[in-house]
Structure formats: structure tokens, C-alpha cells
Design a protein around this ligand. Structure first.
Ligand code: URA
Length: 258
């Protein structure tokens, strides 16, 4: 509709009121109007953009990808150190990867760093670790010797200290399992020693160390011996007798496989 410029103000008002009475609620000119492109005070508010769908990160899949990309133990150490999806890392001072001789025939898997290990960045350096060194020395194994036949290599299920040394949660074990599995593949030991429930949960999918200990099983495709954790032996010295029997079983197995 072309505006009628001849209308006097009274006639224009009367015409407008009549149109409003008819129900007209918008003035439309001949030229199309982009209501979104009007100056801000006249513009029609734009409909809100739909909220972006949050991308879901699967930490186990990320860990598996990073672990499988590692071609050497050094690569794997870097991959574990760079992994940011586990909350435990935020509260830890150090990533505790491994100690001992990576060429050893025996690889020991513990639970998680405690206070001393978190401070020093090495597994099993506190009281439990000192007992562990004495136990393995009694069957001729040490973490410092270069001879793979007389050495052991040692790591933990979790590379970061849980707050207050609480037990690892199943979700934490599952998240870090791809790194442990790759660790075993790359170190390629003849036998594994699973120290305590967390190691048995990760490697065998089973708990109940007092039932499992001393019975050879298979984990990550190789022989694995569950044993009571040295921290347990510090609290329950009477259990050292059975631990000694387990060490002798390990010695016999190594001699047989040699
Ligand atoms: N207990 C563990 O299981 N691992 C350590 O490194 C120290 C104590």
C-alpha cells in the first residue's frame, strides 16, 4: 500500500483507528523489511541458537588410544604423564611410572603410590617398598641389578596417589588399565607378580587376595602369581609365612622356565 500523503492529521488518525479496529497490528510497506537487520531498538529479537551438544569424552578410549600409540616404554611414560582425564593427577605431586630393570624376567604390579612414592616419583620406596625389596632379595632378585635374570621391574595399577591413600575406585582402575596392559606388553616379562587386591582386580578381574594368593593364574597372556601386599604383611606379620611360600613358588617357576 502506498502512503497517502494528502491525508490531513485528523483523517490519518481516523483511518488508523479504523484499521486498528479491524484488527490490523502491523504496518506493511511495499518493500520487504528484514526485521532482524533493523537498528537495535526496532529489531525483532533473534531466536536463541540451540545449545551446542556437549561432546562426550570417553576416558578409557582416550587412554587406550594413547597407550596403543606408545612404541617404547619411554613413549608410554610420556603418554601416562600427559594423560589429563583422571582426577587423581590433580592432587598428586608426581606421576609414578616404574622402577627397576625393564628387561627383568619378573614384573611386579602394586596398587598405587603412597606418600613417599608421590614425593619421590618412584614406586615402592616407603616402608612397604623396603620390605618388598627384602622379600625379593631373599629369592635372589633386586631392582638395581642390570642382569635380567636376577632383576625385577615394578609398577602400580595407578600412577597417581589417591587422596589419603584410599583404595583405588573401580572406575579409576578401568580408566588406567590400557596403560598397564601396554606397560606389560612393552616390558614383556616372563612372569607377573600381582601385589594385593587392586592388582588382581586390574589384571584378573577378581578380588579376594587371601583366597587368590599363591595360585598361579594368567594375566595379559602370561603367568601371574597373586601375593599379599607388603603393606598387609607389615600389619599382619603372621601372614609372612604364606608370603614366603609364594616367593619360593615364584623362584621355582623362574628356575623351571629358565
Ligand atoms: N604400595 C603400592 O602398592 N605401591 C607403591 O608404590 C607403594 C605402596
Amino acid at each position: 500500500m502506498t502512503p497517502d500523503t494528502d491525508l490531513d492529521p485528523d483523517a490519518a488518525r481516523a483511518a488508523l483507528e479504523w484499521l486498528i479496529e479491524l484488527g490490523v497490528d502491523a504496518a506493511v510497506g511495499d518493500a520487504p523489511v528484514d526485521a532482524y537487520a533493523l537498528p537495535d531498538h526496532l529489531a525483532v529479537p533473534k531466536p536463541a541458537a540451540p545449545a551446542p551438544v556437549a561432546e562426550v569424552t570417553d576416558p578409557v578410549a582416550v587412554a587406550r588410544g594413547a597407550a596403543n600409540a606408545a612404541k617404547t616404554l619411554d613413549d608410554l611414560r610420556d603418554a601416562v604423564t600427559a594423560f589429563d582425564l583422571c582426577e587423581l593427577k590433580k592432587g598428586a605431586r608426581n606421576t609414578v611410572f616404574a622402577d627397576g630393570n625393564p628387561k627383568a624376567r619378573v614384573m611386579i604390579i602394586g596398587e598405587a603410590p603412597g606418600r613417599d612414592e608421590d614425593l619421590q616419583g618412584k614406586p615402592f620406596v616407603g616402608r612397604a617398598g623396603q620390605l618388598l625389596d627384602r622379600m625379593f632379595a631373599a629369592i635372589g632378585l633386586s631392582r638395581t641389578t642390570p642382569d635380567p635374570d636376577r632383576a625385577f621391574y615394578i609398577t602400580n595399577v595407578l600412577p597417581w596417589r589417591p587422596p589419603g591413600n584410599r583404595d583405588p575406585e573401580p572406575a579409576e582402575i578401568a580408566m588406567l588399565l590400557p596403560f598397564l596392559q601396554r606397560h606389560v606388553e612393552l616390558a614383556d616379562p616372563d612372569v607377573l607378580v600381582l601385589m594385593g587386591n587392586a592388582a588382581c582386580t586390574a589384571a584378573l578381574g577378581q578380588r579376594g587376595i587371601l583366597r587368590l594368593r599363591g595360585k598361579w593364574a594368567e594375566a595379559f597372556g602370561r603367568p601371574a602369581l597373586p601375593m599379599t601386599h607388603p603393606a598387609y604383611l607389615l600389619r599382619q606379620p603372621q601372614a609372612k609365612r604364606e608370603a614366603w611360600a609364594d616367593l619360593l613358588s615364584l623362584r621355582a617357576r623362574l628356575d623351571r622356565l629358565a
